[in-house]
Design a protein around this ligand. Structure first.
Ligand SMILES: Cc1cc2nc3c(=O)[nH]c(=O)nc-3n(C[C@H](O)[C@H](O)[C@H](O)COP(=O)(O)OP(=O)(O)OC[C@H]3O[C@@H](n4cnc5c(N)ncnc54)[C@H](O)[C@@H]3O)c2cc1C
Length: 442
């Protein structure tokens, strides 16, 4: 069997690890990525990210070396301190399992570990994918075509693979009215009082009536003060999406206008972090970039594979195109689950391929099982994320008070009750697949 993975981002590389882990060595796997080199990919990514417990569980199953790398390169922190704009601490959220906060580039670096030479071809832009009666085809920008048995579409929010299923105009990414700005501040530039505060918090989220500001240490706690970085991200409502290339002075001005008046237990916390964030003298490109990210999401897709046909037909397909990651379920980042969902997708696809591959015509069974399990799971998480996004828009004082009360209650509920209300972090792909396959076999 020959598998082509379109896109070598978080989802594509995770899919490679899953297939490599679960499938026999005679299955050929190839990854095609738009970025010219691994270095341009990691330096172009920027910003900070959090990998949550369910994502770490899935990643550990398909690439334990990647998880060890994340542990060694990030801030392992089980909770977030939650505050409001008056500087009142509402409590701590989380706490049972570890999550890791770290530069996005480190996540990509972790996934590049253990990739055999030549598996990924860099600088290859895919312009079209097709399913024919007995094969799938990937068309590249230079006109070359590769034929394979299965295409895994891991090409992100503006997916070409998704277009093969639904057409160019359907399920376009839409601006959701919120813009995120993120960056890194050198820890050593902050006052000792703020350094101590951030060390005590490790990670904090502040909600206001007109936006959100989060910060966290982004390197292991053992990192010397001179090298430690604070990752931060701000979210605010704006009708039109700003340019992603805004000059840094303008970004600074926008952030100051939003956050300078917010209170914190640590004097001038927001101003200090914003001021320290852009330092042209830092040569490590992972930390110099400010990210301006108008947020785009796509409406939930009714299906994630060509089992249901492609726009070019036939109406009932052979499921030779299957989507993972943001290509299947791009959503605003409020759930903090985007990368973790991609890890779960990858692990599940790997397990299902392993199970069904010995059957005749395995791909339709793989696609059906994958969609049966993934679509409801991801749908629930996207709904939670959307609710969380509402708290970051401009809201009335009354709504802000209700939000603060809900956050306070969430922070003070016993962990058992919280996990019962929202068991997202407990999800174990292997157990879910075993349960599903047992039910189908009955
Ligand atoms: C501001 C922000 C903050 C976030 N914070 C978090 C967080 O804290 N936790 C979390 O879990 N998630 C977070 N996410 C979401 C997370 O980053 C994504 O869900 C995750 O990166 C999805 O991985 P992916 O591989 O599906 O897509 P991508 O990472 O977008 O990768 C797609 C890859 O495909 C390549 N590609 C695209 N088109 C083509 C083509 N035609 N040919 C060849 N290659 C192509 C791209 O170059 C890219 O490398 C955040 C997202 C944003 C925007």
């Amino acid at each position: 069997m020959k598998v082509v993975i379109v896109g070598g981002g978080i989802g594509g590389l995770a899919a490679y690890h899953a297939l490599h882990t679960y499938l026999p060595s005679n299955v050929s796997i190839k990854v095609y990525e738009l970025y010219q080199t691994p270095n341009t990919a990691t330096s172009g990514i920027g910003g900070g990210i959090g990998i949550v417990p369910n994502g770490l569980r899935a990643l550990n199953a398909i690439s334990p070396a990647s998880v060890l790398y994340l542990w060694a390169h990030g801030n392992v922190c089980p909770y977030f301190v939650v505050r409001n704009q008056n500087g009142t601490t509402l409590g701590r959220l989380g706490g049972l399992h570890d999550r890791i906060l770290l530069p996005r580039a480190s996540v990509h670096e972790s996934l590049l570990l253990g990739m055999a030479n030549g598996v990924t071809e860099w600088g290859r832009k895919v312009v079209e994918v097709k399913e024919t009666a007995d094969a799938a085809q990937v068309v590249f920008e230079d006109g070359t075509v590769e034929t394979c048995d299965l295409i895994i579409g891991a090409d992100g929010v503006k997916s070409i693979c998704r277009q093969a299923l639904f057409g160019k105009d359907a399920y376009q990414a839409q601006y959701d009215g919120l813009t995120g700005v993120g960056g890194f501040a050198p820890f050593s530039s902050l006052t000792p009082a703020l350094q101590n505060g951030i060390k005590a918090d490790q990670a904090a989220m502040t909600f206001s009536r007109n936006g959100f500001f989060g910060y966290a240490l982004s390197l292991p706690l053992s990192t010397p003060v001179s090298e430690q970085q604070v990752m931060f991200w701000s979210t605010y409502a704006t009708d039109t999406p700003p340019s992603r290339d805004l000059p840094s002075e303008e970004i600074r001005a926008i952030l100051m206008e939003k956050h300078d008046s917010w209170k914190s237990p640590f004097a001038g916390a927001f101003r200090q972090i914003i001021d320290a964030a852009y330092r042209p003298t830092i040569t490590d490109s992972r930390f110099t970039k400010w990210l301006v990210l108008p947020r785009y999401e796509i409406s939930p897709l009714p299906y994630w594979s060509s089992l249901h046909g492609t726009v070019l037909g036939p109406a009932k397909g052979a499921a030779r195109i299957i989507l993972v990651g943001d290509a299947a379920h791009a959503a605003a980042p409020d759930s903090g689950q985007g990368a973790s969902m991609a890890f779960e997708d990858a692990q599940m696809l790997g397990l299902l391929l392993r199970h069904y591959l010995p059957d005749s015509d395995p791909l339709p069974k793989v696609a059906k099982a994958y969609e049966d399990m993934r679509i409801p799971r991801v749908g629930r998480i996207l709904r939670i994320g959307r609710r969380q996004a509402e708290g970051k828009r401009e809201i009335s004082w009354f709504k802000a008070a209700v939000r603060d009360l809900v956050l306070w209650i969430m922070c003070h509920l016993p962990l058992r009750v919280m996990l019962w209300l929202n068991p997202t972090h407990l999800y174990d792909v292997e157990k879910e697949v075993a349960k599903y396959l047992a039910a189908v076999a009955r």
